[in-house]
Write a protein that binds this ligand. Structure first.
Ligand code: BDP
Length: 324
């Protein structure tokens, strides 16, 4: 070996040791499979985090919920056993009271309204409470609006009466279904297709991309646009891990998450339209509900009971409602 080569080899070895000593490899939980916009966005986040941190943080994204159900994965990120998750705020409600703001049916007028609330003081309160609980949101994803689907066309709350409807794990959703006279059935996302197929439940509710991606459209016939829930999702990171990073690394990770979220929103806009077209082409009858008033009024008791039990949430709810 020549002198130069020796110096070069030694320098490379030192660089490798230095980078392996400081490099952090993180794992991320994602419930969705290929073909869902969030899967593309989480892969993008992995790419961006690598680039933004100069390879000091690498992210291995596990798709398809292979690291566990959403409630389990939330707990894992909370305690730091998994570093990152693409979580829906629905299942965070039972863990972080403030996050339940977004699970009140019809709290948001539209997706843009939801983002305005999240960007304002109410959103900061929710984010701070999540961070305190160990699941720190770095950026928000669009998850559209959730609507009912079953073998029955739903046009009024009375149509939900007597139906067994799968909901995510959150008492607000069981109250929501009960208030319409339905029978709520909380269940893991991975079990819903089979439950619909075998008649264990009569229906469920979700947005178009999720309805399509896991084949729920194959075992139902009607998708009724009640749009009763507009729930954001996050790229969330274990708070302790994030706080242990240098200020510079924190900024890099945050900006990678924000860019991945902007990418997600673009994908979402295209893919949710496409998902609707695809399920209609496969035979699903989609019905608009011109007057959502009866659904909204059916939720009066849900709000009243919730605020009576959680008076400390009144200010936050009022703040969201007052947001233009
Ligand atoms: C999807 C969400 C996912 C939820 C799922 C569900 O993206 O986080 O787990 O709905 O209904 O739209 O469980």
């Amino acid at each position: 070996m020549t002198f130069t080569k020796t110096i070069f080899a030694a320098a490379t070895a030192v660089a490798l040791i230095a980078s392996s000593a400081s490099a952090d490899s993180w794992r991320a939980w994602n419930i969705h499979n290929d073909g869902h916009p969030n899967t593309g966005a989480m892969d993008k986040f992995a790419e961006l985090i690598d680039a933004a941190t100069g390879g000091e943080i690498t992210l291995d994204v596990f798709h398809g919920g292979v690291l566990g159900s959403q409630p389990d994965a939330l707990e894992q990120v909370r305690i730091g056993a998994i570093e990152v998750g693409n979580f829906n705020l629905g299942p965070i409600g039972p863990m972080v009271k403030e996050a339940n703001l977004v699970s009140l049916p019809f709290i948001f007028k539209s997706v843009p309204h939801m983002f305005r609330v999240l960007e304002g003081e109410a959103g900061q309160t929710v984010a701070a409470a999540m961070g305190e609980a160990g699941v720190l949101p770095l950026a928000w994803f669009d998850a559209g609006a959730r609507s009912f689907y079953s073998q029955k066309k739903i046009e009024t709350p009375a149509d939900v009466e007597g139906l067994k409807i799968r909901v995510m794990n959150n008492n607000l959703y069981t109250s929501m279904i009960s208030a319409m006279g339905g029978n709520p059935s909380p269940m893991a996302f991975s079990e819903v297709q089979q439950a619909l197929k075998t008649g264990v439940v009569d229906g469920a509710e979700n947005n178009f991309p999720s309805f399509k991606n896991v084949g729920h459209y194959e075992v139902t016939t009607h998708y009724s646009l009640s749009e009763h829930l507009i729930i954001p999702e996050c790229i969330c990171v274990n708070t302790t891990k994030f706080n242990a990073l240098s200020a510079e690394m924190q900024a890099a990770v945050r900006s990678a998450a924000e860019d991945a979220a902007l990418f997600q929103r673009e994908l979402w806009a295209v893919d949710s339209e496409k998902a609707r077209v695809d399920v209609e082409a496969a035979g699903i009858k989609v019905n608009e509900i011109a007057d959502k008033g009866p659904f909204q009024s059916a939720m009066d008791s849900v709000y009243a009971d919730y605020l009576a039990a959680n008076p400390d949430m009144k200010a936050l709810v009022a703040m969201a409602q007052a947001t233009e």
